[in-house]
Design a binder for this molecule. Structure first.
Ligand code: GLY
Length: 872
């Protein structure tokens, strides 16, 4: 059975059991700072398990893209060395949100795996584990499903802390969690390894294929478990492992998809295809992770997710190098992967060119240092050393771009110990020196368990509301007094809370006796709005009635900028290409700032076209309409979903004519014509592969153009140009200036010649040498040099020093005729004078220059020159 067919069967089985088929979410979780990547199918349902979000189904099934390469779930270092670990993989999962629990979950799992109508796996090849104290799961497996007790293993807290167990699943340091039961497949005695719970359980013989988690708790930042509102089910089965079982092979790398990918890898690295070559497997695994990450909007960088991507790329490139491929090869695997997986993931096909370009840039960058880094590493291990010092690992990291796990990978291959503690020390010191690192910590939020806020601000600028909660310094209080800074939660509001790049509204909450000035609005939870500000007068108490009035002028200006951002996004994709993906945005009442993936600067000519296209859409005065749709339908209808945003099952689709369709919860104008006018004011790079455009709309854009016009008017006036002919006039002035400069140079030459004539007469004769030491008014270094040259010609055997004074500084040039340089050197001569005017200098024996800062010493210094020459 091919992998694609297995994926489909799983979805169909659970659909037949009343589950809603839901699309995979991106690898980057939306609005969740507690984890870097989607590590399991349940991530997109986290808020549903926690009871913060409701869907209109209580059973779901997915095939989810996952990445385990950083943070709590990290399989990176096992990749290539075991039969079953990957960085990127697909997880099949079925979910119950307070619907069925243990019994149904286990019966479903068994039916799908063993029923001849579905996968028909032999029962005797399967065994299971349960959490040590989970008698209920044990009984269901044993008594109801009929698994003999010797094939049910109880696993306790085997990872050194309460609930730290292979059979207690947690998403991250915080979040939904619970005991689990895992189903294992026995690949048979010809594969090394023991059953779960035995000392050699890490072998490849018994492979965990399916984990059924009984979601019962939410773990908080202190590690305390709080019961979830409703016990739920979350399961995860690795598609690649299941394919191996059903294709009767012992490793994931022998399955249909991987055999093709390994062959492509062998072709690009120039080695024979061989299942026993770990490096081929590492590269085949890593090209999937890297391609999918870039397709989901991540680009290589030095922090956070981008750094995980960079580490994976570099690890793959180093394995290519190990196979003898020193040229660029990794990005060339993208078309192979797109061919193999593009049907299930069409973005791979659409984004192929961009993904290749991004990977190629990263490969090129690392290729520049890889060779030298490897040389350093070889040198450090010379003489059969068995330990690599932390300092070296750190130098490899900081100078040659070797992520430490790459160095660890090499050390492991060579059975060399890596001084990790030493490396960490060096790193900590460097960090202390101020280098930033990406941080992913849990957000601190206020405690709130009350009702949701109804948002009534799309149509209205004012709402009648009641105070549900008050906070001062992050702590819940019963009342706020005049002067208190704090936060107010209302049951109903017209205030938009910051989200989707748009800043929160400001305005006022007016009660019978109190006025609260709102400076910002933020979400406390997905549907709970916090109004942040200061109580200007009176007392505000829980339960008080208030009128929540937004600052409408600011809101309208913000709406213009937000709507213009959608037009800009669509225009960028039309003019620069569909690889343009939003990377971030900030919309406020003053401007819009839009970051997007694009590999080169946007040219001035492209900016003109983008502005023209956006303004055309404004003039077309399209209606701006929002409608609520199912996410799948919206995406199918071509709505653009934005990077890092989390969307529920039902989404708000914002449409501007036929030109732009995006998922967006923000506030917008009613017709595009309301934007008035759109003007780009800045374009630049923010990171590798990411550009930033800043733009203004409406009155802001008008003010900008008026300001520029004022400048032009002032400039026109200044250069006395005819209106409309500023450039012509500037060109003319520029040409005139060039001609004047030439003329000036000529005149200087003449001046030097005539000054030379009169200076010539000031020369005195000392021992048959003409000595001239004089000051020339207003001459610069060039002029002095020219004069010295001319005087040398005229005077014959001569030693000359000319000086000029300007801005409190002395310039000196000395020249000596060639026949004299054996006795008098220009450098010494100029220094003799310079020392007396607070400076020094140097040059050739026949010509030298110097400067000084003490003009007062000059007359005496020049008067002493004849004596100094005479003494030579
Ligand atoms: N959430 C279940 C698993 O990842 O195993």
């Amino acid at each position: 059975m091919r992998t694609a067919e297995i994926r489909q069967k799983f979805l169909s089985f659970f659909e037949s059991k009343g589950h809603q088929i839901v699309n995979s979410s991106p690898l980057v979780p939306g609005n969740d700072p507690t984890i870097m990547f989607t590590v399991a199918g349940m991530v997109q349902f986290k808020d549903v398990f926690l009871g913060n979000e409701r869907r209109n189904y209580s059973r779901a099934v997915t095939s989810q893209k996952c990445l385990r390469a950083g943070g709590k779930h990290n399989d990176l270092e096992n990749v290539g060395y075991t039969a079953r670990h990957h960085t990127f993989f697909e997880m099949l999962g079925n979910f119950s949100f307070g619907d069925y629990f243990k019994r149904d979950a286990l019966h479903y799992a068994w039916e799908f795996l063993t029923s001849p109508a579905w996968l028909g796996l032999p029962q005797e090849k399967l065994m299971v584990t349960v959490y040590a104290t989970d008698d209920e799961a044990f009984e269901i497996w044993n008594k109801e499903v009929g698994i003999p007790s010797e094939r049910i293993v109880r696993i306790g807290d085997n990872k050194g802390a309460p609930y730290a167990s292979d059979n207690f699943w947690t998403m991250g340091d915080t979040g939904p969690c619970g005991p689990c039961t895992e189903i294992f497949y026995d690949h048979g005695p010809d594969v090394a390894g023991g059953p779960p719970g035995s000392p050699d359980e890490d072998g490849d013989r018994y492979v965990e294929i399916w984990n059924n988690v009984f979601m019962q708790f939410n773990r908080d930042e202190s590690g305390t478990l709080h019961p979830l509102p409703k016990p739920s089910v979350d399961t995860g089965m690795g598609l690649e492992r299941l394919s191996a079982v059903l294709q009767h092979v012992h490793t994931n790398y022998e399955t249909d998809l991987f055999v093709d990918l390994l062959q492509a890898t062998a072709r690009e690295t120039g080695v024979p295809y061989n299942q026993e070559t770990p490096s081929l497997k590492v590269i085949a695994d890593h090209i999937r992770a890297c391609t999918f990450l870039i397709a989901d909007g991540v680009l290589p960088s030095n922090e956070g997710r981008g750094y995980v991507l960079r580490r994976i790329v570099r690890r793959a490139v180093r394995h290519g190098y190990k196979l003898g491929q020193k040229g660029l090869f990794f990005h060339k695997l993208v078309p192979d992967l797109a061919r193999l997986m593009g049907e299930a993931y069409p973005d791979l096909l659409e984004g192929q060119a961009f993904i290749m370009a991004a990977l190629k840039t990263e490969e090129e960058q690392f290729a520049r240092t890889l060779d030298n880094g490897m040389a350093l590493l070889e040198k450090s291990l010379e003489g059969g050393k068995r330990r690599l010092e932390g300092k070296t690992a750190f130098a490899l990291h900081s100078t040659y771009g070797f992520p430490v796990d790459l160095t660890a990978d090499i050390c492991r291959e060579r059975e060399v110990e890596l001084d990790m503690a030493g490396y960490e020390r060096e790193l900590a010191e460097e960090q202390a020196r101020g280098r930033a690192a990406g941080t992913f910590g849990a957000v601190t939020q206020v405690e709130y368990n009350g009702d949701d806020t109804t948002f009534d601000g799309y149509e209205h600028s004012e709402a009648e509301a009641r105070v549900l909660a008050l906070y001062k310094d992050g702590v819940a209080v019963d009342s706020l007094q005049a002067g208190d800074a704090g936060m107010v939660v209302l049951d109903n509001t017209a205030f938009y809370a910051e989200g989707g790049g748009q800043i929160g509204d400001s305005g006022q909450l007016c009660g019978a006796s109190a006025r609260f000035e709102v400076s910002d609005t933020r979400k406390v939870k997905s549907a709970v709005f916090g109004h942040v500000g200061t109580l200007a007068s009176g007392t505000l108490k829980l339960g008080d009635a208030v009128s929540a009035r937004i600052d409408s002028g600011k809101r309208l200006a913000t709406a213009r900028n937000h709507s213009a951002t959608h037009l800009l996004h669509a225009a960028l994709r039309q003019i620069l290409g569909t690889h343009v993906q939003q990377k971030g945005s900030l919309v406020n009442h003053e401007r819009t700032r839009f970051d997007f993936a694009h590999n080169q600067a946007v040219t001035a000519e492209e900016i003109v076209r983008i502005e023209a296209l956006v303004n055309q859409q404004i003039v077309a005065n399209h209606p701006v309409g929002a409608s609520i749709m199912k996410q799948d339908e919206a995406l199918q209808a071509g709505a653009m979903a934005l990077f890092g945003e989390k969307y529920g099952d039902e989404v708000r689709v914002l449409k501007m004519g036929e030109f732009s369709t995006e998922l967006c919860g923000g506030t917008h104008v009613q017709r595009t014509g309301d934007i008035g006018f759109f003007k780009i004011v800045a374009e630049g790079g923010v990171a590798a592969g990411i550009r930033r455009v800043e733009a203004l709309t409406g009155e802001g854009a008008l003010a900008h153009v008026q300001h520029m016009e004022q400048e032009i008017r002032a400039a026109t006036h200044l250069v006395q140009a005819q209106p409309g002919d500023l450039v012509g006039k500037l060109e003319k002035l520029h040409a005139e200036q060039k001609a004047l400069e030439k003329e000036l140079a000529k005149l200087r030459g003449k001046l030097a010649a005539s000054a030379g004539n009169s200076l010539q007469e000031q020369a005195v004769e000392v021992n048959g040498i003409k000595v001239l030491a004089a000051t020339v008014e207003g001459a610069d270094n060039n002029a002095l040099r020219e004069m010295v040259d001319k005087l040398k010609d005229k005077l014959g055997r001569a030693a000359i020093v000319l000086a000029s004074v300007g801005d409190g500084k002395v310039a000196l040039v000395a020249g000596v005729t060639a026949d004299l340089t054996g006795t008098v050197k220009a450098g010494e001569l100029v220094n003799f004078v310079a020392q007396q005017v607070g400076g020094k200098g140097g040059g050739r024996p026949d010509m030298a220059m110097a400067g000084g800062t003490n003009p007062a010493g000059l007359p005496a210094a020049l008067a002493a020159v004849a004596g100094w020459v005479g003494a030579k």
